[in-house]
Design a protein. Structure first.
Length: 380
């Protein structure tokens, strides 16, 4: 039977109990869980196995594809540039990236990209998954498209192209790709083992994803001109592909960041710890306040669930994420169950990453159990 390793402060003992139950019962295959308070880890747990055959234990430095947790790293990279005065979220995207003005997109603002309200939530067909590995070509395609709805009026989750859009703005300003900028400005200074474009030498530490049992679904029943269809099926994520070297090495800043709970919490605790970490101030209060400027609140056009977006993060939405507490809180989730929450009221960051994916686009029963135990301890 798999055991749980790591440490847990006494006041979070229930978190360890719940995590151990999920690992030992086999509900988890392999997973990691981390909670920071004031930027310091108070829970850092891992357990289970990296492979379906359960031959290799999940280790302290095991990495896994965290899917859309990657978007929070892209958003934070953009906020760094905002803080330095190099990027204005209320400026037109075309100010930084002139080609983006084509086909009715001249008035789209940077905040619309960061909050999934730009109208450009995916690619016009035909497009294959491999096509998006070519950053230059696939990003140029986005610049030439028409928006699929009126920008700024609603969110349509930028499921697979968020990093292409935000990353191109970053590249136009800095000359560096999102993966390179994130590594040099966030991951390396913070000592965080999180990668957008994971070098081949690290692949032996990556746990294999085990896709969820999905209900049989006839895609042809969806209207092919719907935002949902065009966003989620042009191209469609293919789970076996997500275990390949080509996928891992590509820079897909929406969905292929590789890390673990510790590295997610390390980077994201910049937000909950007031922009300061490791004795260095990365973000001002004014920049952090931008996250909480609500950009949309309603049923998302792409994934058809109620969402509230600030700039770069989701804001509390009890229908969709019932265990995310209210208050000055921002969060996001990765496909299959990975989760991050920044609770600024309590200077707490929660992070969870795993390899056995649950069905559903946001959260899982396991994530909910850990969130509930964590915030019961934090908020009493």
């Amino acid at each position: 039977m798999s055991t749980v390793a790591g440490f847990c402060a006494d006041e979070f003992a229930e978190v360890r109990t719940v995590f151990t139950e999920q690992v030992e019962s086999g509900a988890e295959l392999g997973a990691s869980l981390c909670v920071t308070v004031d930027g310091e880890a108070v829970v850092d747990l891992w357990g289970g196995y990296v492979d379906r055959e359960q031959t290799t234990p999940w280790g302290a430095d095991t990495l896994v594809n965290t899917f859309s947790i990657t978007k929070t790293m892209a958003a934070l990279s953009a906020l760094l540039l905002v803080d330095r005065g190099e990027l204005d979220v209320h400026e037109k995207v075309a100010h930084y990236w002139p080609e983006f003005a084509a086909n009715g997109k001249a008035d789209i603002e940077v905040r619309h990209l960061l909050s999934h309200t730009s109208g450009v939530s995916g690619w016009d067909a035909p497009i294959e998954l491999h096509d998006i590995y070519d950053l230059e070509a696939s990003t140029a395609r986005l610049a030439s498209q028409q928006p699929w709805w009126e920008p700024g009026t609603a969110s349509g989750y930028h499921a697979i192209n968020y990093g292409h859009l935000v990353g191109e703005v970053i590249r136009r300003i800095t000359g560096r790709t999102l993966g390179k900028f994130f590594a040099e400005e966030l991951a390396e200074p913070l000592g965080a083992d999180f990668h957008i474009g994971t070098a081949a030498g690290l692949h032996e530490r990556i746990a294999d994803l085990v896709p969820p049992e999905m209900p049989e679904f006839d895609v042809s029943l969806l209207p092919q001109d719907s935002v949902m269809y065009k966003t989620l099926f042009q191209p469609m994520l293919e789970f076996p592909e997500c275990n390949t070297a080509a996928w891992r090495q590509a820079q897909i800043g929406a969905v292929n960041g590789h890390g673990n709970a510790r590295s997610i919490a390390r980077v994201q605790s910049l937000i909950s710890n007031g922009g300061v970490l490791g004795g260095r101030k990365f973000l001002s209060d004014k920049t952090i306040d931008l996250i909480f400027e609500q950009q949309s609140d309603g049923v998302d056009l792409a994934i058809m669930v109620p969402l509230r977006f600030g700039i770069g993060y989701g804001l509390p939405q009890p229908q969709t994420a019932p265990q995310v507490p209210d208050g000055r809180v921002c969060w996001w989730a990765g496909l299959g169950g990975a989760f991050v929450v920044n609770d600024l009221d309590n200077r707490v960051t929660f992070a969870y990453a795993m390899n056995r994916m649950a069905p559903g686009l946001i959260g899982s029963d396991r994530a909910d159990a850990y969130l509930k135990a964590t915030f019961a301890a934090v908020r009493g």
